[in-house]
Design a protein around this ligand. Structure first.
Ligand SMILES: Cc1cc2nc3c(=O)[nH]c(=O)nc-3n(C[C@H](O)[C@H](O)[C@H](O)COP(=O)(O)OP(=O)(O)OC[C@H]3O[C@@H](n4cnc5c(N)ncnc54)[C@H](O)[C@@H]3O)c2cc1C
Length: 384
């Protein structure tokens, strides 16, 4: 369907092999225990996973959006949480690469590329997720620092990660609110940076999702991304475009896993004297599942190709994320139907796929928000 260069193809082979040999054996237990073993994360660092999207001059391997989408699909095919280790880390790296000053890039990107710094993203607040422009965390300039006060919630990798990209208001009165938002690079361990509550979750288990409170947290002024106030919302929205391609690829990976498990099971399980795969009702489900997974992947490819041409792809990334995540939810539900009672038990991974799927509908913009993004871009495209 699309061609990766030889180097990228060998990276994908390596990722696929890693997922099978290192992630598959720990996936079920990790999900049960809500733990992703740190030694596996160390191996991901050694193999260069943390630097895949970082420019070579800063120690990364700078693979294309298309190749990175493949990385996310392959990891999620085995356990979506493995892709989550890298999700917001690469988004933060993307923002620093595209909008950071040369000093910020030199300071953080080489450390992020080897995983010495593990990035996370702090946008959501208890009262504002979709409505990011309405955040309340403030950053007030005081000499050579900004003083942060506020609370963030649902922050993936908050306690394992050690570097956070935080959106805060430097001008709370700005209208629209986004114009007053700035992005800061905040190191874990800074006084006043308090990780509070680890959240219990339905799926996406193994990664910590926590709340963070900032209490007079003083961040050096040189950590304001791009050293320009009021740019944070735009900077992060540009990063989310790539994040949405990656979430769509995760959805393709989980859906493919659910489909492959189902098509195998349907040929083994017999009812009324024949494999259930020979009942037309099951065949129709399998046909719809496979068709919608393939369609999702085509949408991912369209978005990634556009991104790799250096163009904005909000419309395409929005469509890919919307369609692939909704497809994943339907496919994992159908996988459970095909498995009957066994789908509901822990004997098969299908129940895990089913619990992991809804996050793709919510994270990095819900389906409703994707539809708004798509519609907004359509109005531009078809303006009369
Ligand atoms: C496991 C997990 C990990 C996460 N990780 C991170 C992270 O690392 N960093 C981070 O910053 N955030 C993270 N989030 C937060 C996530 O991005 C938000 O949950 C998401 O953006 C939705 O925001 P909300 O939960 O506040 O829902 P709300 O914004 O309150 O939305 C509630 C409902 O209203 C709908 N809605 C809202 N506005 C509109 C509208 N204008 N039109 C139509 N419908 C609308 C939504 O689609 C949704 O159905 C994570 C969430 C989860 C569950």
């Amino acid at each position: 369907m699309y061609k990766l260069n030889a180097e990228e193809s060998s990276i994908i082979d390596m990722v696929r092999q890693f997922a099978e040999s290192e992630v598959r054996p720990i996936a079920q237990k990790g999900d049960d225990m809500d733990e992703f073993p740190l030694e596996v994360i160390e191996k991901m660092k050694e193999l260069g996973f943390f630097g895949l999207t970082i420019p070579e001059e800063y120690g990364g391997s700078n693979i294309s959006s298309m190749a990175y989408a493949n990385v996310f699909e392959e990891l999620s095919f085995v356990w979506m949480t493995a892709a989550g280790v890298l999700g917001t880390h690469s988004l933060m790296a993307n923002v620093i690469t595209n909008f950071g000053t040369e000093e910020q890039k030199k300071e953080y990107l080489p450390k992020m590329a080897i995983g010495e710094k593990w990035g996370a993203l702090g946008l959501t607040e208890p009262h504002a997720g979709s409505d990011v422009q309405n955040i309340k965390t403030t950053a007030v300039r005081k000499g050579d620092t900004y003083v942060l006060n506020g609370a963030k919630t649902f922050i993936t990798n908050a306690s394992y990660g050690n570097l956070l990209l935080v959106l805060a208001k430097t001008d709370p009165k700005a209208v629209p609110g986004g114009k007053g938002i700035s992005a800061f690079i905040v190191e874990k361990g800074t006084p006043g940076y308090i990780i509070t509550n680890k959240m219990e979750k339905l799926g996406y288990r193994g990664l910590d999702t926590s709340e963070i409170v900032f209490e007079n947290c003083e961040v050096p002024a040189e950590n304001l991304v791009g050293l320009e106030e009021g740019q944070g919302f735009i900077q992060v929205m540009a990063g989310l475009e790539v994040g949405r391609i990656n979430v769509a690829s995760r959805a393709v990976g989980v859906a493919r896993a659910a489909f492959e498990q189902s098509v195998r099971y349907a040929q083994e399980r017999k009812t009324f004297g024949k494999p259930i795969a020979q009942h037309q009702a099951i065949q129709l489900m399998l046909a719809d599942m496979y068709t919608s997974i393939q369609a999702s992947r085509h949408l991912v490819v369209a978005a990634a190709e556009k991104k790799d041409r250096g163009e904005r792809c909000d419309l395409e990334a929005g469509m890919a994320k919307l369609f692939a995540s909704e497809t994943c939810a339907t496919v994992t539900m159908n996988a459970m139907r095909i498995h009957g009672g066994y789908g509901y038990s822990k004997e098969f991974p299908v129940e895990r796929y089913y619990r992991d799927a809804p996050l793709m509908i919510i994270g990095e913009g819900t389906s409703e928000i994707q539809r708004l993004v798509i519609a907004k871009n359509l109005m531009k495209k078809y303006e009369i």
